[in-house]
Design a protein around this ligand. Structure first.
Ligand code: PLP
Length: 389
């Protein structure tokens, strides 16, 4: 069993033990890729080139090209990418940043850790994403930035949000931590706003062997600032322009990610195809399926999330059939103890609260086989039949 250490816990991310369909499969399950990655690790270890350097720069160049941006900067996590983007934009105490409540907590956390105020908003019921209307209703004279999240791999309808913000001098930072390679009007996410932020946490569409992230942008000045912020404000050797700390992407991770980046397009396509197969087999049933992808947008299905008003029974049923499932996310950010001070109680952001109570993530990963997708669909249909429909 592969494990990834979280804070004080070990998360069994690839616990395939006895499961017909695990929730995810990581690199150790792909002998060829695994061998190439192990050779890469050995090479870096022999070179002892562990921080910064040409290997990291090669990855940054390749990732910038993948994202269609001028600049990419490897950082220590997706959360660090968001924080450094906000710091680079000069956002801090007294400033408001609009973030959706239906996301991983890091989206809001980054706002808090730079000392700004997160303005936590609800999402659209069909897409589970923020919209320009939702953003417009939350604007105040203190709004400095909006962070649209391309949740589960689905692209936010960006143009109306960009239009709304541009005229008002409000920055747009994309949280693309779940959507590496998704296209909006033919352009990759991360390249649409003022900056894009990515995570390379092991389970993401592009995942390393530990923590990592990237900041991407077409803004040369902002990128130069973030490059300084990433590593002790050190412009030239032993010359520190600002006090910022250590936020680098490990060179070992960059080398691993360079190998995996070459496969990402193909892996994303496999996720799209598996999702299409699931949606077509489950159509007409009682579960709420992911909304059809808009003609302008895309979905790289970081997760395949359905809705059920009897989610716990569905998950028990799947488990008994050897099919893993998960919940993303059981508690919207505004109801987390960390944000109790905002006094946004239960009922304040009702769409996200409803989604949080009904969502169920079914297995989807690039190595999933057609028979496994068929197995998931058959088990779901049995569940619907047993419920008397
Ligand atoms: C994973 C994730 C992050 C944070 O990434 P880390 O690398 O874990 O810090 C931020 N936002 C979203 C939407 C994520 O899924």
């Amino acid at each position: 069993m592969s494990v990834v250490a979280g804070v004080g816990t070990a998360l069994p991310l690839a616990a395939t033990d006895g499961k017909l369909v695990p929730f995810i499969r990581l690199d150790s399950a792909h002998p060829e890729l695994f061998a190439e990655l192990m050779e890469t690790v050995e090479r870096i270890a022999r070179e002892s080139a562990f921080t910064l350097g040409p290997e990291l720069e090669r990855f940054e160049e390749a990732f910038a090209e993948f994202c269609g941006t001028e600049h990419a900067i490897g950082v220590s996590s997706g959360t660090a990418a968001l924080e450094l983007a906000l710091r680079g934009l000069g956002i801090g105490p007294g400033d408001e940043v609009i973030v959706p409540t239906y996301s991983f907590i890091a989206t809001a956390e980054a706002v808090s850790t730079v000392g700004a105020t997160p303005v936590i908003v609800d999402v659209d019921e069909e897409t589970a994403l923020i919209t320009a209307d939702i953003v417009a209703a939350a604007l105040t004279p203190r709004t400095r930035c909006v962070i649209p999240v391309h949740l589960f791999g689905r692209t936010v309808e960006m143009d109306p949000i960009l239009e709304l913000c541009r005229g008002r001098g409000i920055a747009v930072v994309e949280d693309a931590c779940q959507a590496h390679g998704a296209l909006y009007r033919g352009r990759p996410v991360g390249s649409l706003g003022d900056a894009g932020c990515f995570s390379f946490y092991p389970t993401k569409n592009l995942g390393g062997w530990g923590d990592g992230g990237a900041f991407v942008s077409n803004d040369a000045e902002l990128s130069a600032k973030v490059r300084l912020l990433r590593s002790h404000g050190e412009g030239t050797r032993h010359h520190h322009e600002m006090a910022t700390g250590t936020h680098r992407l490990d060179t070992l991770q960059a080398a691993i990610l360079s190998v995996k980046l070459r496969h990402l397009g193909e892996w994303n396509q496999r996720r799209r195809d598996a999702a299409a197969q699931l949606s077509s087999e489950l159509a007409g049933g009682e579960l709420g399926l992911p909304a059809p992808v808009s003609p302008e947008g895309d979905c790289v299905f970081h997760l395949y999330v359905v809705r059920s008003n009897d989610r716990d029974s569905l998950r028990d049923h799947l488990d008994a059939r050897g099919i893993a499932s998960a919940i993303h996310y059981p508690t919207p950010i505004h109801l987390q103890p960390a944000y109790a001070e905002l006094s946004l109680g239960r009922g304040s952001l009702p769409v996200a609260e409803r989604l949080a109570g009904e969502n169920c993530s079914l297995p989807i990963f690039p190595a999933i086989e057609d028979w496994q997708v068929a197995e998931i669909a058959a088990a779901v249909k049995d569940f619907e039949g047993a419920a008397g429909n």
